[in-house]
Design a protein around this ligand. Structure first.
Ligand SMILES: C[S@@+](CC[C@H](N)C(=O)[O-])C[C@H]1O[C@@H](n2cnc3c(N)ncnc32)[C@H](O)[C@@H]1O
Length: 276
């Protein structure tokens, strides 16, 4: 009997036969586009400097407004320290931020699917931190009788490009599986729905005091936001084999001590916390 992962890969090859080859061109195209945008930004930047130097004219606010707007935007970039998004770029085996499914190395997504199946959880609203290149959690909802509704985030341009490819080939999947390309530490409660289940398997793995300086959240605030977004009785699932479990665990413990969460029955490598 083939393992769950082998059967998943067989299914994925059958359903999305040319996925990787098809997206390769898009990555090259995106890289070239980024380089050209960077060059254009530099040239606009130089021009703004020249104009800024000759601004000793009688100010006509109506005519100057577009220029002020550009200057404001440029100033904002400077305030942000000219930072680029802390996107997922180097940790994966290919060194390009594209994480394959490996039950041996990182079984959290496999265990989560088993957890959902073992409790026959369907029709629920799920937030998932970190799709991986495999999209194992979201893609698994396709073909289920009572699928869950998964909203997932990835900070990997390549993983997100694969999602685009998946739903172009299988638009039905898009009904149950949405992926946002974003830095999770920039999320805001105003743009999120309420969830029945939130996975925070990678809490404390990616926030960086320098690279994430533009983001309003850190790991403690992210956990707080997700507790807020849980429906009554909802669950947050943690991954006890995370490389940052030593940092994430005290955050969960603090939430339990504050009576925001209570520890429920664990499942394999996953700790389950219920909203109090
Ligand atoms: C090591 S991979 C794990 C993927 C999958 N959960 C698994 O275990 O196979 C980490 C995932 O977290 C995502 N990620 C890393 N930093 C992130 C951030 N700041 N915001 C959102 N997603 C992030 C990556 O894009 C990637 O999908």
């Amino acid at each position: 009997m083939a393992s769950l992962i082998e059967r998943y890969h067989q299914w994925r090859r059958r359903t999305f036969p040319a996925s990787k080859e098809d997206v390769a061109w898009r990555h090259d195209f995106l890289n070239a586009r980024l380089d050209s945008l960077g060059a254009r930004f530099d040239s606009v930047d130089r021009r703004l400097n020249e104009i800024g130097g000759s601004l000793n004219v009688t100010p006509d606010h109506t005519r100057l407004e577009p220029l002020f707007e550009s200057l404001r935007r440029r100033a904002q970039t400077l305030i942000d320290g000219g930072q680029r998004m802390n996107y997922y770029s180097s940790e994966s085996p290919d060194g390009l931020g594209y994480w394959p499914l490996s039950e041996e190395e990182c079984p959290c997504d496999v265990h989560f699917r088993e957890y959902l199946a073992s409790r026959d959880i369907g029709g629920k609203s799920i937030f998932h931190f970190g799709t991986g290149a495999h999209h194992f959690v979201g893609a698994g909802e396709l073909g289920r009788g009572n699928p869950n509704y998964v909203l997932a985030v990835t900070a990997s341009p390549k993983e997100h490009a694969d999602y685009i490819d998946l739903i172009i080939r299988s638009p039905r999947l898009a009904r149950f599986y949405k992926v946002i390309f974003t830095d999770i530490y920039t999320l805001d409660g105003a743009s999120l729905p309420a969830f029945d289940i939130v996975t925070l398997f990678h809490l404390c793995e990616y926030w960086d005091p320098v690279k994430s300086a533009y983001a309003p959240l850190d790991d403690r605030k992210l956990l707080g936001l997700m507790i807020e977004k849980l429906k009554p009785g909802g669950q947050i699932i943690a991954y006890t084999r995370s490389r940052s479990w030593d940092k994430a665990w005290p955050l969960f413990e603090a939430a339990v001590a504050a009576k925001a969460l209570r520890a429920a029955e664990p499942f394999k490598t996953l700790n389950v916390y219920a909203k109090v």
